[in-house]
Design a protein around this ligand. Structure first.
Ligand code: ZN
Length: 366
């Protein structure tokens, strides 16, 4: 299938014009699969006057499904017996988790996609990993543990250590174990390659307490964090403060602090380069929509972030409307050298705006 052909390219190797042609073909094929195999999605397309079998002239024509809808509907395209992995995202303020069903095809694409993107930013293979999270074995159905176990596999011949031991201990990170692991790695001359986990957990339960203890380390590996800034923004911790405090404690290069943006339904993640842009791989595209009229806006203009994904085979997640506000870079070439589109996320859309949009779509679905 064309989506698998896209995965043969390096994620950031194509100029926009070249990529657009290949991407349109691939996402059209993916959408036709959902249109023909998924009654709910087909009705949704019909209501929006869209038929992917006619080809796609503009990516902006593709109907989008607000992420909130995945909490209410199952957009399953294949038979249930084909599903090999079911993940629930952590329930948000609404109390309802998203449920994402992946078949073997989608799982394989997920693994290839995320590993290739990771390889492009982080040098962590066969090095010791420290996860500021729970062992994925404890909560197998949690969405975060899908990415955690994928990252952990990258430690290969080395070890992955989990610093949150069980669910009861959810918000206690074993700081002594953390310091012990780094010291042991130093003595054995087998440096830790990656520390990873949730953005807020890394900050509030690792970095902040170490900062308060006056700990200063000499860590040269990477730190990969994701899961959003909401909790930290509530505490007035900006990305600048986060990075500054991390560097104060770990003494690592800023370029080794890796911000991963993604969500349960996505098969890729979008990582900030040193210029602060989230790069879009060959198999994804990003559209920004005006929150008032929902029309696509020009590069550089702010609006709601929509993610197109050529990879989902088992669920209709090829066009997702997030509840984030952002804009696409106007620069033809990013200073980091990666090709293709890149975007920035500014903040979550205001609750009312996001909800309004989601509710509007839910009503449309009914
Ligand atoms: Zn860049």
């Amino acid at each position: 299938m064309k989506a698998d052909e896209l995965l043969k390219y390096q994620p950031f190797s194509l100029e926009e014009e070249e990529k657009q042609v290949l991407f349109k073909e691939a996402i059209a094929e993916t959408l036709v699969g959902h249109y023909e195999g998924n009654e709910l999605f087909r009705q949704y397309c019909v209501k929006n006057g869209f038929d992917p079998r006619n080809g796609i002239s503009s990516l902006g024509d593709i109907p989008y499904i607000p992420i909130q809808l995945y909490k209410k509907c199952s957009f399953l395209t294949v038979k249930e017996e084909e599903i090999v992995d079911i993940r629930k995202s952590s329930s948000t303020s609404t109390g309802m988790p998203s449920v994402v069903h992946r078949d073997a095809i989608t799982m394989e694409r997920y693994r290839i996609s995320r590993n290739m993107i990771f390889d492009d930013f982080i040098d962590d293979r066969n090095k010791t990993h420290i996860c500021i999270g729970e062992d994925p074995e404890f909560n197998k159905g949690a969405s975060r543990n899908l990415i955690n176990s994928l990252i952990a596999e990258r430690s290969g011949s080395a070890e992955t250590y989990y610093l949150i031991k069980d669910k009861e201990d959810k918000f206690k990170v074993d700081l002594d174990m953390f310091l012990g692991l780094l010291e042991e790695a130093r003595q054995k001359d087998k440096p830790v390659g990656l520390i990873f986990g949730g953005t807020a957990i890394i900050y509030l339960f690792l970095i902040k307490p170490l900062l308060e203890r006056g700990v200063k380390l000499d860590y040269s590996g990477y730190i990969a964090h994701g899961g959003g800034w909401k909790k930290l923004q509530d505490q007035q911790v900006s990305k600048e403060i986060f990075n500054r405090d991390l560097r104060n404690v770990l003494n690592c290069p800023e370029s080794h602090i890796v911000d991963m943006y993604g969500f349960a339904e996505a098969n890729s993640m979008f990582i900030d380069c040193e210029a602060g842009y989230k790069h879009v791989p060959v198999w994804n595209e990003v559209i920004i929509r005006d929150p008032l009229n929902m029309k696509p806006v020009e590069k550089g203009e702010r609006g709601i972030v929509q993610i197109l994904d050529a990879l989902p085979h088992s669920y209709a997640g090829a066009s997702l409307l997030t509840d984030d506000i952002g804009y696409i870079s106007t620069e033809k070439h990013c200073p980091c050298g990666r090709k293709g589109s890149a975007f920035k996320v500014l903040r979550r859309a205001l609750g009312s705006e996001a909800k309004g949009c989601g509710d509007m779509m839910v009503d449309k679905m009914k």
